[in-house]
Write a protein of this length. Structure first.
Length: 372
């Protein structure tokens, strides 16, 4: 009878822990609790309010339990250490114990919903913060878009941005840059160095000048960050526009790959695949482009995400920043088909709202503001 009771408790606890998980392919998003020793010995673990994303925790009593928790209900911390939680016996009210939990460093990327535009906040494991674009998205309430950015900043406890990357000179990618500069401390700005004569561009450059923020022009191969377990490298950018590309700023998009331990993210701005465009430049750079997560170029335009580029990146997850309107036709079916053909799971801001993709360096976790 005692053995049957232990087995029942084991199954019950496994179901409780697994119930938090999303329905994603197991091979990409392992969401089951794997037990080395199934010996809960009447103990029920309550970790609902812990608020940390953990690789493992160890429960030391008469028997040792090692469980792998990968539900999306936890959030990444930025620093290492131990956290204690309280455990009680479900059968013995006199029993209580502390469980020591090891917190791991992680990277968290928020693809903030601003409509058809990019505003990507990256909380780095070294404690620094990067922002790739701060766009005033098309076909979206402008005030709501800015509020989404600021609410995400507040949620993450952001007070300073160490790296602000303006991928290219379009309002849906840099329209809110003056607001960010006004309301937050910005250490450095990175851009292609391309120029425009529009009022919006001149206003942005004036904001940068008045705030005395260093304005860094990047080239392919440059490292914004180059640490042992963390790199951020420019894999595509160009300055010169000619008649072949019609002077389109999309061709000048700064493309950045961020790698943390064994996982990587690719950020593409509005890059496309035509000759001389930045996907083409990246493919000819000689740089390793493989990445687990791809921010799809140009909101899923038919001229982005070529077969060659996707085969080089090999993404498991693809994020498309779109608006609910179909006025632009983004994302195009041609691009979606190519992305599906490489086996990537697609997330769209129009369907999922703000999309958060975290990594411990070995495992990837996904949270969405809305369910599809």
């Amino acid at each position: 009878m005692k053995k049957l009771l232990k087995l029942f408790i084991c199954i019950f606890c496994i179901l409780v822990l697994a119930s938090c998980s999303n329905e994603h392919p197991d091979e990409l998003f392992p969401n089951k609790v794997e037990l080395e020793l199934c010996s809960f010995d009447n103990y029920q673990l309550n970790v609902d309010d812990l608020g940390y994303q953990l690789d493992t925790f160890t429960f030391e009593t008469d028997n040792s339990l090692i469980a792998d928790i990968t539900s999306e209900g936890y959030i990444t911390t930025y620093g290492e250490g131990e956290v204690s939680i309280y455990a009680e016996s479900i059968l013995n009210s006199d029993f209580n114990t502390e469980i020591e939990l090891q917190v791991v460093k992680g990277i968290k990327v928020d693809y903030i919903d601003v409509g058809q535009g990019d505003a990507i906040l990256i909380s780095l494991p070294n404690g620094e913060v990067m922002m790739i674009d701060a766009g005033r998205g098309l076909y979206y309430d402008e005030q709501a878009g800015l509020e989404n950015i600021y609410e995400t900043f507040q949620k993450r406890g952001i007070g300073k941005i160490d790296y602000l990357v303006m991928t290219h000179n379009h309002g849906d990618h840099y329209g809110f840059v003056p607001n960010i500069i006004r309301d937050y401390e910005v250490e450095n700005i990175y851009a292609s160095g391309s120029m425009r004569s529009t009022y919006e561009f001149l206003n942005i450059m004036q904001s940068i000048k008045l705030a005395a923020i260093p304005y860094n022009i990047v080239s392919v191969g440059d490292y914004l960050i180059n640490e042992e377990d963390l790199t951020a490298q420019v894999v595509g950018v160009q300055l010169d526009l000619d008649e072949d590309n019609g002077g389109d700023p999309n061709f000048q998009s700064v493309m950045i790959k961020i790698k943390y331990k064994e996982t990587a993210y690719m950020f593409t701005g509005d890059a496309g695949y035509k000759k001389g465009d930045c996907e083409w430049i990246a493919l000819n750079s000689g740089i390793d482009l493989t990445a687990d997560v791809l921010k799809v170029g140009h909101h899923g335009s038919m001229y982005s995400s070529s077969v060659e580029f996707l085969n080089a990146v090999k993404p498991k997850i693809a994020v498309i920043t779109t608006s609910k309107t179909t006025e632009t036709g983004h994302p195009h079916n041609q691009a979606l088909n190519r992305i599906n053909n490489v086996g990537a799971v697609i997330y769209q801001s129009a369907k999922h709202g703000t999309i958060t993709i975290s990594s411990t360096g070995y495992r990837i976790y996904i949270q969405t503001e809305k369910q599809d």
